[in-house]
Write a protein that binds this ligand. Structure first.
Ligand SMILES: *[C@@H]1O[C@H](CO)[C@@H](O)[C@H](O)[C@H]1NC(C)=O
Ligand SMILES: *[C@@H]1O[C@H](CO)[C@@H](O)[C@H](O)[C@H]1NC(C)=O
Ligand SMILES: *[C@@H]1O[C@H](CO)[C@@H](O)[C@H](O)[C@H]1NC(C)=O
Length: 251
């Protein structure tokens, strides 16, 4: 009698465990799936997701984007080799979503965001800058105000080992507008010469747009790649039907 009860109980327990397991949502609570692909909904859903997404989702193997760490990033400029070390990028969690468009049939996803980004870290700079020999080493901070990033992603769909559909990223293009202002705070550009260091820093700030266009590209390329790699991890972890409540196109 008792054994029989136990057997029934076990069957029920196993069934319940199976049911609750197979219907467990992988998407975190901050994901609010849209029921259509209208921009208003996609913009809101993306805005809702950014702050928590940027903090990282360790349970899903998705690393943090804010703060996001740059251990070492060499940048070769004409005449100067700059290396960023122990860098920390912050601000992405506060980005404002300007536009989102999804064309599911055509595999196109467009995202436009406005962000204030701060990059802090150590640097070394060796070479020549504005005719002066430079051999600097110290702390640097770069503040980018109201930059606008437009990301154009070519998506794809794929099935995981359990046969569930996922979004994938095939490739991407982007434009990065440095926005209203870039502030540079860099100390010790010329070792032992604080006057020249300050004069050159002032020049960099007065000519921030030209300066940033010259040296910003490798940094932005790097940051974009990290962001896309992070999004790929997220899309691999969370199935399509938990992100968007719109039937997936045939693929
Ligand atoms: C989608 O539809 C469901 C069910 O009608 C609703 O609960 C949910 O709020 C809708 N999602 C959005 C983002 O409007
Ligand atoms: C960026 O900072 C500026 C000045 O502090 C502020 O006016 C603006 O709203 C911020 N932009 C975003 C996208 O947070
Ligand atoms: C992007 O990042 C991935 C993984 O970190 C790396 O393997 C790849 O080489 C990077 N691609 C570019 C273009 O930097």
């Amino acid at each position: 009698m008792c054994e029989r009860h136990l057997a029934v109980f076990t069957v029920v327990a196993v069934t319940l465990a199976f049911v609750s397991c197979s219907s467990a949502r992988l998407a975190p609570d901050f994901i609010h799936p849209c029921n259509n692909t209208e921009s208003t909904c996609l913009i809101q859903a993306t805005q809702d997701a950014i702050p928590d997404f940027a903090r990282g989702l360790p349970l899903l193997g998705v690393p943090a984007l804010d703060p996001f760490v740059i251990d070492e990033l060499p940048i070769q400029l004409p005449g100067v080799k700059v290396t960023f070390l122990d860098g920390k990028v912050t601000g992405l969690r506060k980005c404002q979503v300007l536009n989102v468009q999804a064309y599911l049939e055509n595999n196109i996803f467009v995202l436009e965001i406005k962000c204030n980004i701060t990059i802090k870290g150590k640097y070394t700079a060796v070479g020549r800058l504005l005719l002066f020999p430079i051999n600097g080493e110290g702390d640097s901070k770069i503040k980018i105000v109201n930059s606008v990033i437009k990301l154009n992603i070519k998506t794809m769909y794929f099935k995981d080992a359990e046969g569930r559909d996922h979004f994938g990223i095939k490739n991407y293009k982007y434009t990065f507008d440095y926005g209203d202002r870039v502030h540079y705070t860099i100390n010790n550009l010329f070792k032992g010469n604080p006057e020249l260091s300050n004069t050159v820093l002032q020049f960099l700030n007065e000519n921030w747009r030209v300066v940033t266009e010259e040296f910003g590209q490798p940094v932005v390329d790097y940051a974009m790649n990290v962001t896309i790699e992070t999004a790929k991890k997220f899309f691999s972890a969370v199935p399509y039907d938990e992100l968007l409540h719109v039937p997936i196109p045939k693929y």
